[in-house]
Design a protein around this ligand. Structure first.
Ligand code: SAM
Length: 221
């Protein structure tokens, strides 16, 4: 199944020290500060697809209760080692976001930064349904995905529905399934949430023509 292939690719990426992201994204910091600034020690945040642990570390350092999950065992080990070396405690587990190991209505907030795009559309909807299930009523989530204007669009074999098997290794993502979103699609996928806000963030990479194009999505349950 393609998810096992994605997991193996991510295990490889996370095993290379220089590819591990270390600093939290500005979008995550702004989202957390503007939505969860009171009663921090009683606020439970889930980081879905926690990668090398940069946001788990940011959240624990700021005093939140944190849970993390990722499909890659290397990611989980890396995140757990940051937690242990700082004397923190948090529940970080391996699994797929299409089937979350948490009870209904467990979290006050959720972040999912650069993860959903590695799924096929059918699994993206399953993952969003799971997000909805584990969020408390009124909880807010930040989700970052790639838009159809991103520089990686079309650099691979088309699997349909703006989804490609990437064959270019410029960003170490060769061999990964990647889905590119439109705003209309985002609004349809997140239809069960209220107050769906969709913004765009674009950043040049190696030239002005080669840029990351991300949708920044904030939703309320
Ligand atoms: C680009 S990294 C982003 C990591 C982290 N969110 C960050 O911003 O640093 C994508 C992560 O998604 C994870 N991932 C991919 N598919 C997943 C799935 N089905 N369930 C959970 N995690 C997944 C990968 O293992 C990888 O760690």
């Amino acid at each position: 199944m393609y998810l096992n292939n994605q997991r193996d690719k991510w295990d490889l990426v996370h095993s290379i020290e220089r590819l591990r992201l270390k600093y939290p994204s500005e979008q995550v910091v702004r989202f957390i500060k503007s939505n969860f600034s009171s009663d921090i020690s009683n606020t439970r945040i889930l980081d879905l697809g926690c990668g090398s642990g940069r946001h788990v570390a940011y959240l624990l350092g700021a005093g939140y209760q944190v849970a993390g999950m990722d499909i890659s065992q290397e990611s989980v080990a890396c995140t757990q080692s940051i937690i242990a070396s700082n004397g923190w405690s948090a529940d970080v587990v391996q699994g797929s976001m299409t089937q979350l190991p948490y009870k209904d209505q467990s979290f006050d907030g959720l972040i999912c930064h650069g993860v959903l795009l590695y799924l096929k559309v059918i699994d993206i909807q399953a993952a969003i349904n799971e997000m909805f299930r584990v969020m408390k009523p009124g909880a807010r989530a930040l989700i970052v995905v790639r838009s159809v204007k991103d520089m990686r669009y079309g650099k691979g074999d088309e699997l349909g529905d703006n989804t490609f098997l990437i064959t270019d290794n410029f960003t170490n993502e060769e061999g990964m399934v990647m889905h590119f979103f439109t705003e209309e699609e985002i609004r349809s996928l997140f239809a069960s949430f209220t107050n769906v806000q969709v913004g765009i963030s674009e950043m040049s990479m190696k030239s002005l023509e080669d840029y990351n194009s991300d949708y920044i999505i904030i939703v309320t349950k």
